[in-house]
Design a protein around this ligand. Structure first.
Ligand code: C2E
Ligand code: MG
Ligand code: MG
Ligand code: MG
Length: 288
C-alpha cells in the first residue's frame, strides 16, 4: 500500500519467494527418504524431581540431520511430515526407539526401575487409526510397561477434531499409558480442554516459566500449579533455565521439571551415563 514514487509494482514471484519455494521442495524431497536413510535420531531430555533432584524420566525428541540441508528442527519438519503423509511411519519408529531405550535403561540400572519415557504425538498421529496398534506393538516389542509411557499431546492437536481426540485418548488410557497436555497455557482455550479430556500430567509451557525472574512467583504460574494440583494432575515445568526458577517452582511444590538448567536433550549414550552419575545439576553437553 506504499505510495512511494512511481508505478505500482505487481510482483507475485520475487527471488526471495522463489528461493523459499525451492527450499521447501528440497526439504520435502529430502524428508521422503530421511527415515530409510537413517537420518533421523532421538535425543532424550531428563525430567527431574524438584524435591530431590533425581532423574525420574526422559522426553524423547526427534532430530533430523540431512546430508543436504544440515540439521532441521522438529518444529520445522514435523508439520511437513504430516502434510506428506510420513508422520505415521516416523511416529511408529519414534515409539519403538523410545520404548526400547527406556526398557533397556530400566533393566540395566537398579536406580532407574521406575523411569518413564515421554513421546510427543502430533495432531495427525492422534487422529490416526493406527496409533493404538503402534503403541501396543512398541510396548510389546520392548517389554516396557504401559504405565511407564507418557504420550504428550498439545491443545492444538485436540482442537482439530475434539470428538475423534476424545475417543482416541480414551482408547490410549485403556492401554494403561499416561497422557500429558504439552505446552499447557498456550492454546486459546486451555481450561475447556481440561474439562473435556482426561489427562494425567500438565506440562506448563516454558513461556510461563520464563516469566519467573524475581523474588516472587508470578501469579499465573502459581495459578497453573494450583490448578494442576486441584485436578490431581502431575505438574511438569518446561524450560527451566535458572536456579531461581527451580527454587521458586520447588517452593510452590511443582512436582517435576525439564530444562537446560538440568540438561539439554542428550544422546542415548549420554542419557544412560546420567543414570549412572550421582545426582547433581551440572550442565551436560547437548547431544543433539
Ligand atoms: P515440546 O514437546 O514442547 O519440546 C520441548 C522443546 O523445548 C524441545 O525442543 C526442547 O529441546 C526444548 N527445550 C528443552 N529445555 C529447554 C530450555 O531450558 N530452554 C529452551 N529455550 N528450550 C528448551 P525441540 O526438541 O526442538 O522440539 C520442538 C517441538 O517439536 C517439541 O516441543 C514437539 O512439539 C515437537 N517434537 C519433537 N520431537 C517430536 C516427535 O518425536 N514427534 C512429534 N510428533 N513431535 C515432536
Ligand atoms: Mg513435549
Ligand atoms: Mg512443550
Ligand atoms: Mg512444543
Amino acid at each position: 500500500a506504499a505510495k512511494t514514487g512511481g508505478r505500482a509494482r505487481v510482483v507475485v514471484f520475487d527471488p526471495a519467494m522463489r528461493a523459499a519455494v525451492v527450499e521447501q521442495r528440497t526439504l520435502e524431497a529430502q524428508l521422503q527418504g530421511a527415515l530409510a536413510n537413517g537420518e533421523l535420531s532421538l535425543v532424550h531430555q531428563p525430567v527431574v524431581d524438584l524435591a530431590d533432584g533425581r532423574v525420574v524420566g526422559f522426553e524423547a525428541l526427534l532430530r533430523w540431520h540431512s546430508p543436504v540441508l544440515g540439521s532441521i528442527p522438529p518444529d520445522r519438519f514435523v508439520p511437513v511430515a504430516e502434510d506428506l503423509g510420513l508422520i505415521e511411519e516416523i511416529g511408529a519408529w519414534v515409539l519403538r526407539e523410545a520404548c526400547a531405550a527406556a526398557a533397556g535403561w530400566r533393566r540395566r540400572h537398579p536406580g532407574a526401575r521406575d523411569l518413564t519415557m515421554a513421546v510427543n504425538v502430533s495432531a495427525v498421529q492422534l487422529a490416526s487409526p493406527e496409533l493404538v496398534e503402534q503403541i501396543t506393538a512398541a510396548l510389546a516389542a520392548s517389554g516396557l510397561p504401559a504405565g511407564a509411557l507418557v504420550l504428550e499431546v498439545t491443545e492444538t492437536a485436540l482442537v482439530r477434531d475434539p470428538e475423534v481426540a476424545a475417543r482416541q485418548l480414551a482408547a490410549l488410557r485403556a492401554l494403561g499409558v499416561r497422557l500429558a497436555l504439552d505446552d499447557f497455557g498456550t492454546g486459546y482455550s486451555s481450561l475447556s480442554y481440561l474439562r473435556q479430556f482426561t489427562v494425567d500430567v500438565l506440562k506448563i509451557d516454558r513461556s510461563f516459566i520464563a516469566t519467573i525472574d524475581g523474588a516472587s512467583l508470578p501469579p499465573i504460574v502459581r495459578g497453573l500449579i494450583d490448578l494442576g494440583r486441584t485436578l490431581d494432575l502431575e505438574i511438569v515445568a518446561e524450560g527451566v533455565e535458572l536456579d531461581l526458577q527451580r527454587e521458586q517452582l520447588r517452593a510452590a511444590r511443582c512436582d517435576l521439571a525439564q530444562g537446560y538448567l538440568f540438561a539439554a536433550p542428550l544422546s542415548a549414550e549420554d542419557a544412560e551415563l546420567l543414570l549412572l552419575a550421582p545426582t547433581d545439576h551440572a550442565a551436560v553437553a547437548d547431544g543433539a
